[in-house]
Design a protein around this ligand. Structure first.
Ligand SMILES: Nc1ncnc2c1ncn2[C@@H]1O[C@H](COP(=O)(O)OP(=O)(O)OP(=O)(O)O)[C@@H](O)[C@H]1O
Ligand SMILES: [Mg+2]
Length: 360
């Protein structure tokens, strides 16, 4: 077919083969597609996505070009611009949080890097353009304030707790409410109460993602969370050695019991790349989490090597700077992309309820 016979309807139909990664709905007839123009040789169009999808905007754009090219092979140049729409997130759960995706980061065992990975995922989603909040659900041993070097007491304005801000990212943690070296002594109902307050009484603002750093081990907090709001799912962090993997399986079954979907597994401290000679040493083994994930048919999201800078800098509150170094930043970005891609796939299968976009 020569390009002179091409109609707007035919182009719209080709674009309609694509779906919005956030809503799972076809882009045909959507007002997210604008400014379609073409000549004999080239085509241009603009597709607007919500900020939830921005971490995979480049992949989406690539797919859009390929989809149109497959339908109209005579175009020599196809230019798709991705712009952004301001899409209000839904209000969810009895806590009335305004958020699209709530993701808990957990593990069966302590000290495997949950907090580091949770904060890194949040910071990376934020850097890639999404609206993100970070909640530290480790009431007894909060570590998020330390990782981000954030302190100070949250203010209460009009009955709402104002989260501390890391740049434009709201953060809430028990660490802001107790003195640094003071132990938190809580009984069950108080635990439930503080999690409720973190979710219901905190002014998070509209979010694409709320990342929740879970405490190690027991299912209390998972159960409380699942009663308060529908979680999109959980990410389980583990290290490669066999004992840690057994704990990961325990964590997976804990999330399954509380009906929290499993989004995937991350292998942390996966190999050590020696800064002196660039050689890789698999201190705890390597690839165990990937194999276990395959065995259990859960997605494997990626691996993060052991890195001295990550340990040193993040213990001094400079996690954000550490992520700017590709050695740490690139593996985390891969994990974030897999996560957002998996969420998009889930949305295609079961589209979430969506409020109408506000066009910018
Ligand atoms: N990839 C990594 N390379 C080097 N050090 C790491 C890495 N991931 C985490 N660490 C370090 O390991 C220690 C434990 O990490 P972190 O506090 O994130 O674990 P956790 O699972 O949240 O622990 P807890 O169960 O106590 O909540 C920290 O000192 C952290 O800096
Ligand atoms: Mg932790």
């Amino acid at each position: 077919m020569s390009n002179s016979n091409i109609t707007l309807a035919a182009i719209e139909q080709a674009i309609g083969l694509l779906s919005d990664p956030e809503t799972g709905r076809s882009l045909s007839k959507s007002d997210q597609v604008r400014n379609i123009a073409w000549t004999d040789d080239s085509l241009t169009a603009e597709i607007a996505l919500g900020t939830h999808s921005l971490p995979i905007a480049d992949e989406f754009q690539q797919r859009a070009v390929e989809t149109i090219q497959a339908k109209f092979p005579n175009f020599k140049k196809i230019d798709i611009t991705i712009s952004t729409i301001d899409r209000p997130p839904p209000t969810i759960g009895q806590v009335g949080l305004r958020v699209r995706s709530v993701i808990a980061v957990g593990s069966g065992k302590g000290g495997v890097g949950k907090s580091t990975i949770a904060a890194s995922i949040a910071l990376t989603l934020k850097r890639m353009g999404a609206r993100v909040g970070l909640m530290d659900a480790d009431i007894y041993g909060p570590s998020i304030p330390h990782l981000l070097n954030l302190e100070g007491r949250p203010e209460v304005i009009d009955g709402k707790i104002q989260p501390r801000m890391f740049g434009s990212m709201p953060v809430m943690s028990m660490g802001f409410l107790v003195e640094k070296d003071q132990a938190v002594i809580f009984r069950g109902p108080m635990l439930h109460g503080s999690i409720t307050q973190f979710l219901r009484d905190t002014n998070w603002g509209p979010l694409d993602y709320l990342i929740i750093d879970m405490p190690p081990g027991t299912g209390d907090i998972a159960l409380t969370l699942s009663q308060l709001l529908p979680l999109t799912g959980a990410v389980v962090v583990c290290t490669p050695q066999e004992v840690a993997l057994l704990d990961a399986v325990k964590a997976i079954s804990m999330f399954q019991k509380t009906k929290i979907p499993l989004l995937g597994v991350v292998e942390n401290m996966s190999g050590f790349i020696c800064p002196d000679n660039g050689k890789r040493y698999d201190i705890f083994g390597h690839g165990g989490a990937r194999r276990k994930a395959e065995e259990l048919t859960v997605p494997f999201l990626g691996e993060v090597p052991i890195n001295i800078a990550m340990r040193q800098e993040s213990d001094e509150g400079r996690l954000d700077q550490v992520l700017q170094d590709p050695i740490c930043g690139v593996p985390i970005e891969k994990i974030v992309r897999s996560l957002v891609r998996d969420l998009a796939q889930r949305n295609m299968v079961a589209p979430p309820k969506v409020s109408l976009p506000v066009l910018g």
